[in-house]
Design a protein around this ligand. Structure first.
Ligand code: 2DT
Ligand code: MG
Length: 212
């Protein structure tokens, strides 16, 4: 860019079933990047800190019931309310490592039977990730890892349906990572691919929007 322009950060998303290792890999990746002197932040969706996020959290912990369409739109609204701060961060040169994003939104809601195109519609215009890591783990293996909490969706039969829906959402930004591999091997792949992506973004790749 012009002299004085700051090169932008990368938008890197981690997706996968519950217990696939997204949260710990996201944390590790952020510390690694920070250790290299790269400005990076860990984000996650749903962001349970906003008022929309608190409504979502109450739904997930089965403290409240909501119509499937309604909760779908709230998850999307929770991303929309963060869109401009995400864009500001990226433009200021910070790389965002995001634990779940629109793909979770569409995979989980369509696994309940909602129309997949309907599910994608409210995501149109959100920032498109530069890179999506799909931590690929068979649902049975994920269940064996244990630690499903008591939240809604944390059941093997439902996770199987979610896995099928995720497969329909793969696009060019996706890297499928074998999450059965040891944690350090997964970590190494994420590090290398993330660094490549950060370099591409620094050298002027424009920020694009989802599903247009
Ligand atoms: P965590 O366990 O990662 O906190 O996720 N979900 C998530 C949706 O149904 N739609 C969405 O848009 C997002 C981001 C996945 C909580 C659960 O919420 C689901 C698991
Ligand atoms: Mg969970």
């Amino acid at each position: 860019g012009k002299k004085g322009d700051k090169s932008r950060g990368a938008l890197v998303v981690l997706e996968g079933l519950d217990r696939s290792g997204k949260s710990s890999q996201s944390r590790r990746l952020v510390s690694y990047l920070e250790g290299l002197g790269i400005s990076a932040e860990l984000w996650r969706f749903p962001d349970r800190n906003t008022s929309v996020g608190q409504t979502i959290s109450s739904y997930l912990s089965n403290k409240s019931q909501l119509d499937d369409h309604t909760i779908h739109l709230l998850f999307s609204a929770n991303r929309w309310e963060k869109r401009s701060s995400m864009e500001d961060k990226l433009k200021a040169g910070t790389t965002l490592i995001v634990d779940r994003y629109s793909y979770s939104g569409v995979a989980f809601s369509s696994a309940k039977g909602l129309n997949i195109e309907w599910c994608k519609a409210p995501e149109i215009g959100l920032l498109a990730p530069d890179l999506v890591f799909y931590l690929d783990l068979p649902p049975e293996k994920a269940a064996e890892r244990g630690g499903y909490g008591g939240e809604r969706y944390e059941h093997l039969d439902f996770q199987r349906k979610v896995a099928e829906k995720y497969h329909l959402l793969r696009d060019d930004s996706w890297k499928i990572i074998d999450a059965c591999l040891p944690i350090e091997d997964v970590q190494k792949q994420l590090r290398d691919l993330a660094l490549d992506c950060i370099t591409t973004c620094q050298s002027g790749k424009p920020i694009s929007q989802l599903w247009l």
